[in-house]
Ligand binder design. Structure first.
Ligand code: EPZ
Length: 413
């Protein structure tokens, strides 16, 4: 349980960690070769450790050195992922593409849904079918096979991050070129493209598609993972909601345009350098309206923390969640802290209040947890947040970083 005594403006500088959602597909890309793949700036998070453990279970030798991990060898990649590892973390499903590409078969449990919606993988499977794979789903397990993967053009009904990554991973070893029309363009997907290009499979972005030229085999490389824009955005919102001033050193302002535009709209002072962003707010924020969209739209992962911030702004704000079907399960906890928040269909509305009060609340997923942390930092007394394991899945050294900004926070059992 995390205990926060709020009401203290945060001031100072925190360092951006490597992006969880770039590190996860990068670990899966290492499955495409037996050559050593060195990943730098990898955040030491539960989800990343799970992905690395999965790579080890599939045959990789793994060596950590601080935030650098070397994934090497692995001979014949295993074709069955241990269910316990896959159930822990949805991105494990990205191991399917490499299994099909290198072994022509793969068995993988369907990833579980979670607190933010059903999380289907139909776009992954439809895309892999276009490349020549066939599937038999029995009892929650996907039995996949493909004599050979043949590059072709795949249209995505929705610019799914995971499906785009899955198809880039499979296309890297398919015969010929694979073009994905209507792809996800998140920085983490682009980062995977840089890694695959460095491994020998050129990835080229065009107006409406991304193309990868499949190779007979891939080499190893060294790749530095991009900074985590969602972690950075969370700390910038912490500075704003507490009416202090926070700088995230190492953040990429060009990955945060949507959030920074909304922060300016609420009256916050935003200052950017090439690799740092500072947000300050002296008085009460103004209300704002937003909708979450695929990148470069407002990121769905910052919708919950943003609503915590807007819950203390003056006036009514709304956020329409267009990416996930139900990403509002933090709202009940905010209401218990005195916020006036309600959900109407796919939109969350909040009439800002002057003051939030501490309460005992529970985090149900990573970003819901972030929303509760922000509300607790602004609340005028003590908040106890259970379910902190979710926070450990997405935020490196959260307590230490918040303390360094002047927050009164501790972990209690
Ligand atoms: C990635 O999830 C991120 N996770 C999520 O971050 C992020 O919220 C999401 O992209 C959107 O940006 C990782 O990168 C590990 P999607 P992913 O496929 O790939 C539907 C966090 O907190 N869909 O773009 O699962 C899906 O149900 C996490 O760090 C299908 O219908 O997201 C959702 O409604 C949470 N069929 C929408 O598309 C499919 O086959 C977006 O999903 C795949 C997805």
């Amino acid at each position: 349980m995390i205990r926060i005594e709020g009401g203290r403006p945060l001031h100072g500088v925190v360092k951006a960690a490597g992006a969880k959602n770039a590190a996860l597909p990068a670990v899966m890309a290492s499955l495409l070769t037996s050559e050593p793949v060195t990943l730098e700036n990898v955040p030491r998070l539960l989800d990343v450790d799970a992905a690395v453990e999965l790579a080890r279970a599939l045959g990789k030798e793994v060596r950590w050195q601080g935030t650098t991990v070397v994934l090497n060898g692995g001979g014949e990649l295993a074709t069955e992922a241990p269910p316990v590892l896959v159930q822990r973390m949805r991105a494990s499903f990205l191991a399917l593409g490499p299994m099909l590409a290198r072994r022509g078969e793969g068995r993988m449990p369907l990833p579980g849904g979670c607190a933010i919606g059903p999380r289907p993988v139909d776009l992954h499977l439809a895309g892999l079918r276009r490349l020549g794979a066939s599937f038999d789903v029995r009892g929650g397990t996907v039995h996949a096979s493909a004599r050979a993967l043949q590059g072709t053009t795949v249209y995505l009904d929705y610019p799914s991050v995971g499906a785009t990554e899955q198809l880039l991973l499979a296309g890297a070893l398919a015969t010929g070129k694979t073009a994905i029309v209507n792809p996800a363009r998140e920085p983490e997907v682009v980062d995977l493209g840089h890694l695959l290009t460095a491994m020998g499979a050129p990835v080229v972005w065009q107006e409406d598609r991304v193309a990868i030229c499949g190779q007979p085999s891939l080499g190893g490389t060294t790749h530095r993972v991009i900074p985590d824009r969602i972690e950075a955005g969370t700390y910038l919102l912490a500075g704003a909601i507490t009416r202090g001033e926070v700088t995230v050193d190492g953040a990429r302002p060009d990955h945060l345009d949507a959030l920074l535009a909304k922060l300016v709209e609420t009256g916050a002072d935003v200052r950017v350098k090439e690799r740092a962003v500072t947000v300050a707010l002296g008085g009460r924020a103004k209300a704002a309206n937003l909708q979450t969209l695929p990148y470069p739209g407002f990121p769905t992962d910052l919708q919950p923390p943003m609503i915590s911030y807007l819950a203390t702004a003056s006036g009514r704000s709304t956020a329409r969640e267009t990416v996930f079907s139900s990403r509002f399960n933090y709202v009940g906890s905010l209401v218990r802290m005195g916020a006036q928040v309600q959900v109407a269909a796919d939109t969350v509305l909040t009439d800002g209040v002057e003051v939030l009060h501490g309460a005992e609340v529970e985090a149900t997923d990573i970003r819901a947890g972030a929303a509760l942390v922000l509300a607790a930092l602004a609340a005028e007394d003590v908040t106890e947040i259970r379910g902190e394991v979710h926070l450990a899945r997405g935020y490196v050294d959260l307590v230490g970083k918040l303390r360094s900004l002047g927050a009164e926070v501790c972990v209690a059992d």
